[in-house]
Design a protein around this ligand. Structure first.
Ligand code: FAD
Ligand code: MG
Length: 343
């Protein structure tokens, strides 16, 4: 082999080896936008770029299947057939509907997968949010009932015309669990995925320390944290709060977490709930459900799930932690507004 070619090959080999070593200790980072939110990934390991790309492809695929904003999504095919016929759905959509139905049932409808007509009427998070009148809300409430969704094999149907399935309270969580499978498939050493506030960890942090994730101060500036949670490898942390999507009219804050009993933004005494679980899907569904239920019933719901912890923040600025969280929660509030409850 001519000396020049040999030297060139040697240089390429050294560069590739260094890149590979580097990716074990230095993170590959990416930022994308999908599902109406910002998605960031920080991945360690030599296959990091491939894994990151595949995760984004998976999220885009889920968005095409599950979005209410895309007329031909599978969820909209189901919604358009409401009161008429059953529709065939992909295995992934059926799996997620099953998950959502379980949380709907265990929360006695505080989480209700058929909340769509209310979400559409309020239009919170859009340019034209509305406060629907009492007559309209009473009409729409007749359409909100998760018992009307039937799943049989790969088919699903909605009983009444006008009913709308909305997976906004759980779909990002499901995407987080699928992302973990992709990280495992590509044998990345560690990863941190932030899907619009839904945090998913994979593996141990390369420096051996736990992943540390901040909890937003619900009444502070974006990025001001009132506490930090140390997460074990593989754990997910998801927060639902009244500060995430809301509008104000005549001095009243109307947020996007709706109570299927009243048709209005939930007024349970909570302003933020954070759930920590190894299942990102459960963490997402339960964050929405417990926010609507309030502290006491929210705790009761969590007791039906194993290894699931929570941070509840009430509207009188009290922070309530589930017992196992006390060891891994660090109170960092600087506003002086909050107080951590001892029990
Ligand atoms: P969470 O607490 O997890 O969920 C709140 C959401 O759950 C509400 O917005 C509502 O959709 C639903 N919900 C409210 N009350 C209940 C209840 N009682 N039971 C069950 N569910 C309830 N946003 C855009 O602006 N543009 C987009 O193009 C867009 N596309 C999206 C596509 C997909 C597939 C998904 C899943 C979401 C999309 N979003 C879009 C919505 C956006 O990302 C939402 O902010 C997000 O779904 C709400 O998540 P959260 O973490 O703020 O709150
Ligand atoms: Mg949620």
């Amino acid at each position: 082999m001519p000396k020049q070619i040999f030297l060139s090959l040697l240089i390429i080999f050294v560069i590739l080896s260094l890149t590979s070593c580097n990716l074990k200790t230095k993170a590959y980072e990416s930022t994308n936008f999908a599902m109406g939110t910002v998605i960031t990934q920080k991945i360690y390991g030599k296959n990091a770029p491939t894994a990151a790309r595949e995760v984004i492809q998976m999220i885009s695929r889920l968005e095409r299947m599950l979005s209410l904003n895309l007329p031909d999504s599978e969820v909209n095919q189901l919604n358009h057939a409401a009161g008429k016929n059953a529709v065939a759905l992909s295995t992934e959509t059926i799996t997620l509907l099953d998950h959502a139905m379980k949380i709907s049932s265990l929360s006695h409808g505080a989480f209700d997968i058929t909340v769509g007509p209310l979400v559409k009427a309020w239009q919170i998070g859009t340019e034209q949010p509305q406060v629907p009148d009492e007559v309209k809300l009473t009409e729409l409430l007749k359409l909100v009932d998760y018992h009307s969704l039937t799943i049989q094999g790969k088919q699903a149907s909605l009983k009444k015309p006008g009913q709308v399935v909305d997976l906004g309270g759980i779909a990002k969580g499901y995407a987080g669990d699928l992302a973990k499978k992709i990280y495992a498939k590509h044998k990345v050493t560690a990863a941190l995925l932030n899907l619009g506030g839904n945090v998913v960890t994979f593996g141990s942090k390369p420096d051996g320390k736990p992943w540390q994730i901040g909890i937003q101060d619900p009444r502070g500036k974006k990025g001001s944290y009132l506490g930090i949670v140390s997460l074990s490898p593989g754990a997910s942390m998801v927060t639902s709060g009244d500060y995430e999507r809301f509008f104000e009219r005549d001095g009243v804050r109307y947020h996007h977490l709706l109570d299927p009993k009243t048709g209005r933004p939930a007024n349970s005494g909570l302003i933020s709930t954070t759930i920590i679980s190894n299942s990102s899907t459960d963490a997402d569904g339960l964050s929405t459900a417990t926010f609507v239920l309030g502290l006491k019933s929210g705790r009761a719901l969590l007791s039906q799930y194993q290894n699931t912890e929570a941070v509840f923040i009430t509207n009188d600025y009290q922070i309530h932690l589930t017992p196992n969280l006390k060891k891994v929660f660090q109170f960092t509030d600087e506003s002086g507004r909050y107080h951590v409850q001892k029990r």
